[in-house]
Design a protein around this ligand. Structure first.
Ligand SMILES: Nc1nc2c(ncn2[C@@H]2O[C@H](COP(=O)(O)OP(=O)(O)OP(=O)(O)O)[C@@H](O)[C@H]2O)c(=O)[nH]1
Length: 360
């Protein structure tokens, strides 16, 4: 249920903001300096464009610090900035050194727009700059030699490539770190931090769309005995086995996680407590019917489950986990290997107690 595109955007936001703020400060100062120099050289169109870019940067600087729509302001800055650069290249009095600024485009566009849009913007503006260069200097024999042209082409290609590789690798590393921060190392399920994140999003959606949402807490019965009788490694295998069972049974929109120890949590969007009960019963019966096999031994396992529903049991994850946990302990108290939900209070039933070997 993880939206990678949205996650990438969120992860990149602080970097992009920092780069944009730094750039706006540099543009505001250098716009004034170049504006003054070009006024003295009587290059009015360029001087005015530079002073206007400087004033615009100051205006954006006041906006971007608190904006919730950073990407729009990034476009609002980068496109006029790169276009002004192209305009500067076309002016009669611009010296050849102005083309040096073009080398900034691949770096800035990747830092501001990410790998895809950054590459597209780089290729477009570098292409425009190359065209201006050829139109302007096609009859300058000193420049139209293979060596200077090769220098410029290779230097530009290097900058486009390095900026792109850097951005791709930064994105991958951040996604990997985020995945590690949200994953339980032993079982590969999500952890409590991820449950909190997803709960906030799903609770807002449930409120907006008036749909139900259920939270389940489940705990292995007499798990201490598994560790004591078969060792900690086998206990770990049992946890992985149960995690796999949960993973297989859940929909893509559900979220299974390990809360800690032998306790697991499940978030079920668009699911009321009756539907959650049926899923929990399936899980309970599946574990009861499939003992863990380690070599030639079979280790019977059972679980107890408690269900809470958004609204009736509270609106925060803490309140829902507390209700589900409370019902889980009712299930334990009633003999274990059972499900207790708001609609199905704990009552003793005819189901056999968990395997005797684990009851020792
Ligand atoms: N192998 C393994 N054991 C763990 C892990 N985390 C917690 N445990 C063990 O899980 C056991 C939990 O024991 P208890 O809290 O007494 O619960 P229980 O034996 O399942 O009893 P009930 O919950 O009352 O049915 C302890 O022995 C912990 O050491 C883990 O990551 N791996």
């Amino acid at each position: 249920m993880h939206n990678t595109r949205e996650t990438r955007r969120k992860l990149a936001q602080p970097h992009r903001k920092a780069v944009l703020v730094a750039l706006l400060c540099i543009t505001a100062i250098s716009g004034i300096l170049f504006g003054i120099v070009n006024l003295q050289r009587a290059n009015m169109p360029l001087a005015l464009a530079e002073l206007a870019m400087s004033a615009y940067s100051l205006f954006l600087l006041a906006r971007v610090r608190r904006t919730a729509v950073l990407q729009r302001w990034i476009y609002a800055y980068s496109i006029p900035f790169f276009t002004t650069m192209m305009f500067a290249l076309t002016t009669e009095r611009a010296t050849i050194t102005v083309f040096g600024w073009v080398l900034l485009i691949p770096l800035l566009s990747h830092l501001l727009h990410g790998r895809r849009m950054g590459l597209a913007i780089s290729v477009f503006y570098v292409g425009v700059a190359a065209t201006i260069f050829l139109v302007k200097y096609h009859d300058a024999p000193a420049l139209m030699q293979p060596a200077p042209i090769l220098n410029m082409v290779i230097l530009t290609l290097c900058l486009v490539t390095f900026s792109h590789v850097y951005e791709v690798s930064r994105e991958r590393s951040e996604l990997k770190l985020l995945h590690m921060a949200n994953t339980d190392v032993l079982t590969g399920l999500n952890n409590r931090a991820m449950l909190q994140d997803v709960f906030e999003r799903e609770e807002a959606r449930a409120r907006r769309e008036a749909t139900p949402l259920a939270v389940v807490v489940l705990d292995l019965d007499h798990f201490k005995d598994v560790n004591d009788q078969h060792g900690h490694d086998v206990g770990d295998q049992a946890l992985i086995f149960v995690a796999e069972l949960i993973r297989k049974r859940l929909r893509k929109t559900d979220l299974g996680c390990r809360l800690g120890g032998e306790e697991f949590g499940i978030l079920l969007p668009s699911t009321d407590s009756r539907q959650a009960y049926s899923l929990c019963e399936d899980l309970r019966a599946a574990l009861e019917g499939h003992p863990l096999r380690v070599g030639s031994i079979e280790i019977p396992l059972t679980m107890s489950l408690g269900i809470a529903e958004l609204g009736a049991d509270g609106r925060t994850l803490r309140a829902l986990l507390a209700s589900a946990d409370h019902r889980l302990y009712e299930a334990k108290a009633m003999g274990r290997n059972r499900v207790v939900g708001p609609e199905q209070p704990a009552v003793a039933d005819e189901r056999p107690a968990p395997p005797a070997m684990l009851d020792t």
